[in-house]
Ligand binder design. Structure first.
Ligand code: MG
Length: 301
């Protein structure tokens, strides 16, 4: 496997022999937010600067799913399989209903506009957790340059009541987020303020066993190098898979780097997909890649 850098020998067993890292599509400007729709057999992902969501299937290749997309970034699905989207342009989180209509899930906190929701995950109780850094309002490249009204937090929304809570309030710029398989731990990647090279850029692990109020005392879990963790996902064994400047890094539940999948472009995000959630889809700058694993992701449906 010329594409894999094995640091812990077990990482070598995570692959399917001769399965390559395959480029599925290219020609975009900055791809992000991959989400697998198993029932539709397709991958959706954002091409943020071009203000569109793309769709890829093995037989049909790439087409436009939604344009304009309100500069959408991260996506996931809820327990009913509906698309949940973070939108920079409207500074909101939305849900696309099965009939195609769009419902706003969150757009403010304590009377102030959200910054630019970045990435999102749904817990098994249906609650929607999303990060809200300010990247999408800093310039006109990935949204609309405008004033920041709130600190960069992670929020939890009850989609039935609309109640929104700030859950992580001690990061510079929370970005990717994922729950451990038992959902007792929330991993959050801090990508730091864009112009501060000394900013702390660490994946932190927060205990969510007590869900009330703000999550405190997040433990430093792992610092990605080179680059920083943007999108992160967890497999069924609790390993954390993270984007990095040189590819995708795999980190054990105790925080040790097991190995890397080397990708020729800067990786932004990843998701598990395919029939058995054993395919890792990788959004990386101008292209989307896939590698088939001997591991499965925690991802629904
Ligand atoms: Mg992100």
């Amino acid at each position: 496997m010329s594409f894999a850098e094995v640091i812990d020998p077990q990482f070598g067993t995570f692959f399917m022999g001769n399965a390559p890292v395959k480029q599925l599509a290219t020609g975009f400007d900055w791809v992000e937010g991959p989400v697998w729709f198993g029932d539709a057999g397709c991958l959706l992902f954002s091409d943020i600067p071009n203000n569109r969501i793309m769709r890829w299937t093995p037989s049909e290749g790439v087409s436009i799913y939604r344009e304009p997309s309100n500069y959408s970034n991260g996506h996931t699905r809820d327990l009913q399989g509906r698309l949940i989207s973070c939108e920079h342009g409207t500074r909101q989180v939305t849900r696309t209903e099965h009939d195609g209509s769009v419902t706003v899930i969150a757009d403010e906190f304590e009377g102030k506009r959200l910054n630019s929701p970045n990435d999102v995950v749904v817990k098994s109780d249906g609650s929607i957790w999303f990060s809200d850094p300010h990247y999408g309002i800093m310039t006109n490249y990935e949204g609309f340059k405008s004033d920041q009204e709130l600190p960069c937090n992670v929020y939890c929304v009850n989609p039935d009541t609309g109640q929104i809570e700030a859950k992580v309030t001690d990061m510079a710029c929370p970005n990717g987020l994922a729950f451990s398989p038992d959902e007792n731990t929330l991993y959050v990647a801090d990508t730091g303020t864009m112009f501060d090279e000394n900013a702390e850029r660490c994946i932190k692990a927060y205990s969510v066993s007590d869900q009330s109020g703000v999550l405190k005392d997040g433990k430093a879990f792992h610092t990605i190098n080179p680059g920083c963790a943007d999108g992160i996902r967890v497999d069924t064994d609790g390993n954390v898979w993270s984007s990095a400047a040189d590819g995708v890094h795999c980190i054990s539940p105790d925080g040790n780097l097991l190995g890397k999948i080397l990708v020729p472009e800067l990786v932004s995000n990843i998701c598990f997909g395919g029939r058995a959630k054993h395919e890792l889809y990788i959004t990386a700058t101008t292209s989307v890649y896939r590698v088939i694993l001997n591991r499965a992701g925690v991802q629904r449906p």
